[in-house]
Design a protein around this ligand. Structure first.
Ligand SMILES: [Zn+2]
Length: 305
């Protein structure tokens, strides 16, 4: 039986309209802290503290729906600390068009918000630390993958015309994508977590139904902020690169240790792919006559082994 049945309190949360501006205010100003505990114990001042887990969740969604979410961090954008710049490919094309037309940097405060991030906001709300309306995890429009909060929305709207991006729900910074290829990923957002949890807890499985309920909530609260031991990219390594937010995980740590063993200076092998790691990768690639693009794919890894 689904763990969301007999759970009427969550239905009310479907109606919660989050005010994007207030959520940003709540998240602002805290430097990114490394935190190695469980989601329920994580400092709730800035949702980037669950970066490791968030990256695994986004990756898992793309295993459920191939190419559902692509990063637009390579466009001319300035991203907020806790913003995951992920939208469907067609929606990215729309943003790209608007940025080319206007010829200025697009400032993005928030885009895709992972289930783990929403959990932190929801916990803060439950514990009385956040006076603002917060949707239950999986219920926010920012879990759809079709919502972005930008600065100067009114200035951008004429340039967004015809791209599929519109002002729909939400307050001033908020735009939604309703163009070709739009697909609401809220169910997959929950399902991705349930699948990852089960892969890591074969003796304590929860239902993989894409519904939010008490068992899913309890499991998410007991998940490690830095991500699960068995990562979704373990079977087929992900391409590592300098990105925003910074890539984080055991695979990054392994890469850093290999670089160090090969004699490349990395100040701290911390499992976070920062500018220092990027520099070392490019130097390694140059030394091996590879294109020094900083992308760590199978070829670069092979030569490192
Ligand atoms: Zn919004």
């Amino acid at each position: 039986m689904s763990d969301s049945i007999n759970n009427t309190s969550y239905q009310l949360d479907d109606l919660v309209v989050e005010r994007c501006v207030e959520i940003h205010e709540f998240e602002e100003g805290s430097p990114r802290a490394s935190f190695n505990g469980l989601v329920e114990d994580a400092p709730r001042t800035n949702t980037s503290v669950v970066n490791g887990l968030s990256q695994q969740l986004i990756y898992q969604i793309n295993l459920i729906v191939p190419n559902a979410l692509v990063s637009f961090d390579d466009l001319d954008v300035k991203l907020g600390d806790a913003a995951y710049p992920f939208v469907p490919p067609t929606a990215k094309l729309g943003l790209q068009k608007a940025i080319e037309r206007r010829g200025v940097t697009l400032v993005v405060n928030s885009a895709y918000r992972t289930l783990a991030q929403q959990m932190l906001l929801f916990n803060a709300k439950k514990r009385g630390e956040n006076p603002n309306p917060v949707a239950a995890p999986g219920k926010s429009n920012h879990q759809s993958g079709l919502a972005v909060d930008i600065e100067d929305r009114e200035g951008w709207l004429p340039f967004l015309q015809g791209t599929g991006w519109e002002r729909l729900g939400g307050d001033p910074p908020h735009i939604d994508y309703r163009g070709q290829g739009a697909r609401d990923l809220r169910q997959e957002t929950i399902l991705a977590f349930q699948q990852l949890w089960n892969k890591n807890h074969p003796n304590e499985k929860i239902y993989e139904d894409g519904d939010w309920g008490p068992k899913t909530e309890s499991a998410l609260n007991r998940s490690p902020a830095t991500g699960f031991n068995i990562a979704p990219w373990d079977d087929k390594p992900r391409i590592l690169r300098l990105s925003k937010p910074l890539m984080e995980g055991a695979d990054v740590l392994k890469l850093q240790k290999k670089l160090q063993a090969a004699g490349f200076a990395i100040s701290a092998a911390d499992g976070v792919f920062g500018p220092g790691t990027d520099k070392a990768v490019k130097e390694f690639q140059k030394q091996k006559n590879l294109t020094a693009d900083g992308l760590v794919g199978s070829r670069t890894l092979e030569l490192m082994a």
